[in-house]
Design a protein around this ligand. Structure first.
Ligand SMILES: [Zn+2]
Length: 333
C-alpha cells in the first residue's frame, strides 16, 4: 500500500531566491517590490512548513494510536503477533514501510508503537534545512475489566478447564454454568445451591429478568454487598428455562449464534460474574472476583444451562485482577 502521509511538494515558487531578483533588476521600486515579495513568500512558506509538520505529526499520531490498539488485542498471549499486527496496521494507515516500530513492554500487556517520517521542507530549505524527522508514539495496554453492566446471574467458580481454548486445532469444550439436581456440581457449590445468583433482588421473577435482559446495574470487582449479589438458593428450573429460552430467541442472526459463528453484542453472548465461592448454605452473599464471557447454547427441562466460555473485549476501566476472559484496551498516552 502506498504511504500517503505526505504533502504535495508544490512549492516551486520558493526556487525564486532573493539574490536572483536583486541581480537581474535595478531600481529602488523594484528592490522594494522584490524584498516585500520575498518577505511575503517567506511568511507564506513558513506557514506551509509549519502546517506540513503539524499535519504530519497528527497523521503519524493517529496511525500510532490505531496500530497500538490493533496490536494490543493479541496481548498478553501473542507478543510477536502483536508487534506484526501493529506494524501492518500502521502501514495500512499510511505510514511508510520502515517508518514504524512496535515493541511489547516488559509487563507483557503494553505495546508501544513509534511512527516516523522524514518531511521535506519548503522555506527552511533557504536556511539550509532540507528536511526534518517527525515522530509520534502511542502505548496501549490490555487488562481485565473492573466492572460490567448487564451480567447474567449464573455464578462461576473459576476452574482452569474454563479457559477458552485458543489457536489452531483447539476444540471449544461445552461447559455447564447452572446446575440442577440431575447434573453433577462441584464441591465448591453449597447444598441447595445450583449456581443461580440473586442480583439486585431476590425471587424467581427478578432472577428470570436478569437472565433475559441482564442485571441493569453495574457490578464492580470486590462487590460483596448483600442484597446486591448473593446466592439464589433452589434450582429455579422454571425461571431458568424461561429466561434462557427467551434470551436465546432474541438472537436474530442467521444462522443463530453458536461458538462456531457469533456476532459481537448478540444476546446469546453474555457476561457472567466469577465469584470467590458458592459454598453457601441457603442464601448468602458472595464475593465478585471478575467477569467471564460465555455463549449460551441451551437449557434443559431441569434448569441446567450449557454453553462455551470465550474471550471478549468490552468498554470499561482496567483492573489488575485475574483474567477470566473479559478484557478492555486502553491508550496510555
Ligand atoms: Zn446472534
Amino acid at each position: 500500500m502506498k504511504c500517503y502521509i505526505a504533502f504535495p511538494e508544490g512549492v516551486d515558487f520558493l526556487k525564486w531566491k532573493a539574490r536572483d531578483v536583486f541581480s537581474q533588476q535595478k531600481g529602488s521600486v523594484l528592490i522594494i517590490v522584490a524584498v516585500t515579495l520575498v518577505a511575503l513568500l517567506g511568511i507564506a512558506a513558513l506557514v506551509v512548513d509549519a502546517g506540513l509538520l503539524y499535519y504530519t505529526k497528527v497523521a503519524l499520531s493517529n496511525a500510532a494510536d490505531a496500530a497500538a490498539l490493533a496490536g494490543v488485542q493479541k496481548l498478553p498471549k501473542y507478543p510477536a503477533e502483536a508487534q506484526d499486527v501493529a506494524e501492518a496496521y500502521a502501514i495500512d494507515n499510511g505510514v511508510c514501510e520502515g517508518g514504524v516500530t512496535a515493541e511489547v513492554l516488559a509487563d507483557g500487556s503494553t505495546i508501544k508503537v513509534i511512527t516516523s517520517k522524514t518531511v521535506s521542507l519548503g522555506f527552511a530549505r533557504v536556511l539550509g534545512f532540507s528536511s526534518t524527522d517527525v515522530k509520534a508514539s502511542a502505548k496501549a495496554r490490555v487488562g481485565t475489566v473492573k466492572s460490567a453492566f448487564g451480567v447474567v446471574p449464573f455464578g462461576v467458580v473459576w476452574k482452569p478447564e474454563f479457559e477458552p481454548p485458543e489457536g489452531q486445532g483447539m476444540e471449544p469444550i461445552l461447559q455447564i454454568v447452572k446446575y440442577s439436581p440431575h447434573t453433577k456440581k462441584g464441591d465448591d457449590i453449597g447444598p441447595g445451591n445450583f449456581a443461580a445468583l440473586a442480583l439486585g433482588g431476590t425471587g424467581g421473577r427478578n432472577y428470570q429478568d436478569n437472565i433475559e435482559i441482564g442485571y441493569q446495574m453495574t457490578l464492580e470487582i470486590g462487590d460483596t454487598i448483600p442484597t446486591i449479589i448473593e446466592t439464589e438458593p433452589g434450582n429455579m428450573a422454571g425461571p431458568t428455562k424461561k429466561g434462557v429460552n427467551n434470551r436465546l430467541a432474541k438472537c436474530q442472526h442467521d444462522p443463530p449464534c453458536t461458538i462456531d459463528h457469533y456476532v459481537k453484542g448478540c444476546p446469546r453472548v453474555v457476561i457472567l460474574p466469577v465469584v470467590k465461592s458458592l459454598f453457601a448454605s441457603g442464601r448468602d452473599d458472595v464475593e465478585l472476583r471478575g467477569f467471564a464471557a460465555f455463549i449460551l447454547k441451551e437449557v434443559d427441562d431441569d434448569g441446567s444451562v450449557w454453553g462455551w466460555f470465550i474471550r471478549m473485549a468490552t468498554e470499561g476501566d482496567l483492573s489488575n485482577k485475574d483474567d477470566y476472559g473479559v478484557v478492555s484496551y486502553r491508550l496510555e498516552e
